[in-house]
Design a protein around this ligand. Structure first.
Ligand SMILES: [Zn+2]
Length: 52
């Protein structure tokens, strides 16, 4: 089941699995929201994930 996360910045992060969408979201946070690294957890990202 494909998953997606709508970031607060308007970017949509996609992945084929929970693992993939979380990994992609972590990479996006590191690149575009470095101030949030450490304050957004894996569980937060999973909670934001929706079925695509
Ligand atoms: Zn973002």
């Amino acid at each position: 089941m494909a998953r997606m996360i709508n970031c607060e910045c308007g970017r949509t992060i996609r992945g084929e699995t929970d693992e993939e969408v979380v990994a992609n979201a972590e990479a996006h946070v590191r690149q575009d929201h470095p101030e949030l690294v450490g304050s957004i957890t894996r569980d937060d990202l999973l909670a934001m994930a929706e079925e695509a």
